[in-house]
Design a protein around this ligand. Structure first.
Ligand code: AMP
Ligand code: ZN
Length: 460
């Protein structure tokens, strides 16, 4: 039985899907004005892990991660670059998929783009207006009237009066209440605009997700997710819009991934303390990079904050090397998981307990010890298969241990040097054979002499 911590109830609950055997999952995706950073990557990896795990345990998952391709930041950046908005968003969307592939994130079943769903947003805004939840203001904006929605604050546990006390009414505001938020923003000369019954304009951010979620998955979904920061106001506003418009619960379970921090502060574009996933991966070996970052992001529980630094990333890489060294000498047997096996059982229990990856990883470590001791092809197969349920240990050991093109390897012809070293050894020219070994060692390459005169190599 799958247990999930539901932000809505602040409790762990047994997961009951709306339709037996199926999971509808909507996770808020990136705003495509720049490359995404490793903090965003954390949240995306969490929902990738959730999708993979549900699939492993027999669910048919419909996983949606949207693309926000119209928003203030996009407009600002395109204006700075003096390029059309579509040029920027198309380039960044392509880059987003490229980076996501390098991180071995599954492609979502659907990646709806906001600009392809304007009609759905307008229809929802109209329904909200008809039901008395939305009003037009004198300047052409349309606002959501927060006080009309009884359950406002139920996700973030905020009290509407406390919220109001913290707000200042801006002099030029067209809102009836400072808590109200824009559903439709009246057209401005420097901004993209669509024609509508409300006049020319563009959608607010929150209505994008409510409308796309309904269009792709329906009115009530199993799980809605995103990063911790989205609880308020974004997800609170999504609930207010969707439940008021549809007259039904919006999402049964809300899951939020904790922050990835840098120097104990949330990594974010606005603080400027960010590293794009792309630059992190470019610093790592091309074969090792994807799994190394995944390992680093998933070994902490998804509700615990993590700190990004190069040392912990290198530590993750070293752990993975250890796994691949264990797998190298044993040809793994059948990759089908025997869930009655003790390791498999412990791994599954951990994952079913609100995706407890730290315990799942500890189980993999113990299983690795078992593979090292027993050299059992069954245990090696199980290790690979369990790792595979969360997208790890899927490279061949040779490929992972040797890495792809990286400076040390490119500038040295490792295989030729091994041949030369072995020839020197045979000729009893040990000074030369040692010199070659040292040269390789300095380049970060370890040699292992195997029986039968075979020499294997791997990266440190
Ligand atoms: P954005 O492109 O900023 O809208 O963010 C896309 C997703 O990444 C959202 O689900 C955010 O909550 C999440 N996110 C942003 N920054 C971080 C961070 N430092 N750690 C974890 N998740 C984040
Ligand atoms: Zn959203």
């Amino acid at each position: 039985m799958q247990i999930i911590y539901n932000t809505l109830t602040r409790q762990k609950e047994a997961f009951t899907p709306i339709e037996p055997g199926k999971v509808s999952l909507y996770a808020c995706g990136p705003t495509v004005y720049d490359y995404f950073h490793i903090g965003n990557a954390r949240t995306f990896t969490v929902f990738d892990m959730v999708t993979r795990w549900f699939t492993t345990t027999g669910y048919d998952v419909n996983y949606v991660r949207n693309i926000t391709d119209v928003d203030d930041k996009i407009i600002e950046r395109a204006n700075e670059n003096t390029e059309p908005i579509e040029f920027l968003t198309q380039r960044m969307t392509a880059a987003m998929f490229e980076d996501a592939d390098r991180l071995k994130l599954l492609r979502p079943n659907h990646s709806p783009r906001a600009t392809h769903h304007i009609e759905h947003m307008l229809a929802m805004i109209k329904t909200l207006e008809d039901k008395g939840y939305a009003y037009r203001s004198a300047n052409g904006d349309v606002y959501y009237s927060v006080r009309q929605f009884e359950g406002y604050g139920k996700l973030s546990k905020k009290n509407i009066d406390d919220l109001q006390a913290g707000e200042r009414v801006a002099i030029d505001s067209h809102k009836r209440d400072p808590l109200d938020f824009a559903l439709w923003k009246a057209a401005k000369p420097t901004e993209p605009a669509w024609q509508s019954i409300f006049g020319g304009g563009r959608p607010g951010w929150h209505i994008e997700c409510s409308a796309m979620c309904k269009a792709v998955l329906g009115e009530t979904i199993d799980i809605h997710g995103g990063g911790w920061d989205l609880q308020f106001p974004h997800h609170e506003n999504e609930i207010a819009q969707s439940e008021a418009a549809n007259g039904k619960p919006f999402a049964n379970v809300w899951m939020h991934a904790a922050f990835l921090n840098f120097d104990s502060e949330k990594m974010s574009k606005s603080l400027g303390n960010f590293f794009t996933l792309r630059e992190v991966l470019n610093k790592l070996d091309p074969v090792q990079g994807g799994e190394t970052v995944r390992f680093f992001l998933m070994r902490a529980h998804y509700r615990s904050e993590i700190n990004y630094n190069w040392e912990t990333l290198e530590d993750a890489r070293q752990s993975l090397l250890g796994f691949y060294v264990a797998l190298k000498d044993v040809a793994p047997a059948d990759l089908k998981i025997d869930w009655t096996n003790g390791y498999a059982k412990r791994f599954r229990e951990a994952m079913e307990d609100d995706f407890n990856t730290p315990i799942a990883f500890a189980t993999l470590h113990d299983l690795r010890g078992e593979v090292n001791r027993s050299k059992s092809p069954e245990m090696a197969g199980l290790l690979r298969a369990l790792g595979g349920t969360i997208g790890l240990l899927q490279e061949t050991p040779e490929a992972f241990l040797q890495g792809g093109s990286s400076p040390g390897k490119d500038s040295l012809d490792v295989d030729a040097l091994i041949v030369a070293r072995n020839a020197a050894k045979k000729a009893k020219d040990f000074a030369r054979s040692d010199a070659i070994r040292n040269q390789l060692d300095e380049a970060g390459i370890v040699l292992e002499d195997k029986p039968g005169g075979v020499t294997e190599w791997r990266r440190k």
